[in-house]
Design a protein. Structure first.
Length: 459
């Protein structure tokens, strides 16, 4: 089989890449350009609010380079998890950028749009049939939780992309997708081994993070053969090593040998990582094992209230030594002050310099720092209540009379004025489950549109 070449410009669309790296990739004559555009890593807010965590200007910059280059070569561009979270508003946001570029640059092409937002009535039906199961550490999904969830997306596998590629489109922009599927689809369509294609996609989803030195803002190319694949960074300052590629294979996985995904799992028990040249690594032996039932991961976000924050610093060594007692005292003051009003709120104190990153998992219990950073967080059902709780907690801590205190002014130093910052809506992941699908593509309808010319229209 001819070696198939897949170009991955950047870890997430909008994270950028050096033009020189991309041009070097185009000189390799890739058969497809694929790019992941999203993640759940930034949390549930972006899915729930329908907002992208990547900047519009940054996404447009990347696509202004990618789209004309691909169209000139006559190769497809495949984008997955559009707009960050891959819901319908995220998808439309990404489509608007593509249309804007087409108009400005005089481009015209057929584009497939794959929706990933799932109707709650469909999920409710599957739930009643026992075909929706929780992913750890979630519990069984209830009808009430489903009703309160604002937006739910399904993580599509390769099947919707295969259907779109059969339409001979030049661009595919999809909602939430299994990251490797974006890169593997064109290869699987042409008959390449599914296990190797998905494993290569696992590497290319974060391209040069799998190189040394690693970077999420640089390009990589993958070469797929009959029984192997190779990866090569396109920036001369980077190189792939057997260790760096193997390490990235384990990224975000709990099992080093089994990597589950839509419709099955990657089995890496016989995988080999071979240093082929100083900068390239060859991989072979990866296998795909289909599951008995095809399942799709669901991600849903539910609004739980509004947040207000106050950021402050502490420099007094006496207060630092007794910070736990201070926080406990402030909590009690807040609780007592508003007990008669029966306010429903959540109050938290993140202490940077002690355990602000790890929380209860922090193994170092002694404070080593001469100063601490404090984030006071209040969450309530409305913004006004969150403002009230945060303001009172901040003012109480500012003047709290802790044991041994010798200062006569405030205890806290504030880097900003105003000291209290409204952070707006707060969401939580309320759906993190798998659903059985009779048809691997049934949840993900495809629209074919022509972009460019005098008007955009549906075929």
């Amino acid at each position: 089989m001819e070696e198939l070449r897949i170009l991955s410009p950047t870890a997430i669309l909008g994270y950028g890449f050096p033009v020189q790296s991309f041009e070097e990739g185009m000189r390799r004559n890739p058969h497809v350009i694929a790019v992941d555009a999203g993640s759940t890593d930034p949390g549930p807010y972006y899915l729930g609010a329908g907002i992208s965590f990547t900047d519009r200007g940054a996404v447009k910059r990347d696509l202004e380079i990618i789209l004309p280059a691909a169209l000139e070569k006559g190769i497809p561009v495949i984008i997955g998890s559009a707009g960050g979270s891959g819901g319908r508003p995220h998808l439309e946001w990404n489509i608007d950028i593509i249309k804007e570029i087409a108009e400005e640059k005089g481009l015209k092409f057929r584009m497939a749009v794959i929706n990933a937002e799932i109707d709650k009535e469909y999920i409710s039906k599957k739930l009643s049939e026992g075909k929706v199961q929780p992913l750890y550490p979630n519990q069984r999904l209830t009808e009430n939780e489903l009703k309160e969830t604002g937006r739910i997306v399904g993580q599509m596998g390769v099947e919707p992309f295969l259907r779109a590629l059969d339409e001979e489109v030049r661009v595919i922009v999809a909602g939430r997708a299994y990251d490797p599927a974006v890169f593997a689809a064109a290869a699987i369509q042409k008959g390449y081994d599914k296990g190797l294609a998905l494993h290569l996609g696992k590497i290319l989803e974060c391209p040069s993070i799998a190189a040394a030195p690693g970077s999420g803002s640089d390009s990589m190319i993958g070469y797929l053969g009959k029984d192997y694949f190779k990866v090569e960074p396109l920036n001369p300052i980077r190189k792939c090593t057997a260790l760096s590629v193997a390490a990235h294979t384990l990224y975000e996985k709990t099992n080093p040998y089994i990597l589950p995904g839509p419709g099955g799992m990657l089995d890496l028990t016989e995988t080999e990582f071979i240093q082929e040249t100083e900068r390239t690594v060859r991989v072979r032996g990866s296998r795909f094992i289909p599951s008995e039932k095809y399942t799709v991961k669901l991600e849903g976000a539910r609004k739980i209230g509004y947040r207000t924050l106050s950021i402050a610093g502490i420099r007094d060594p006496i207060m630092i030594a007794g910070i736990d007692e201070v926080i406990s005292g402030v909590r009690e003051r807040v609780k007592d002050n508003f007990s008669s009003l029966k306010m429903d709120y959540f109050l938290d104190f993140k202490v940077y310099g002690r355990n602000g990153v790890m929380g209860a998992l922090e193994p170092w219990t002694d404070i080593q720092s001469h100063e601490l950073g404090i984030i006071i967080e209040a969450v309530a059902r409305d913004q006004a209540t969150a403002n009230t709780i945060c303001s009172f907690a901040r003012s109480t801590m500012l003047h709290y009379g802790y044991k041994g205190r010798v200062a006569t002014a405030g205890n806290l130093a504030f880097p900003y004025s105003p000291s209290d910052l409204e952070a707006g809506e707060v969401y939580t992941f309320s759906v993190y489950h798998i659903i059985e699908a009779d048809d691997p593509a049934e949840l993900f309808p495809i629209e074919i549109i022509t972009v460019g010319g005098s008007d955009d229209f549906e075929d």
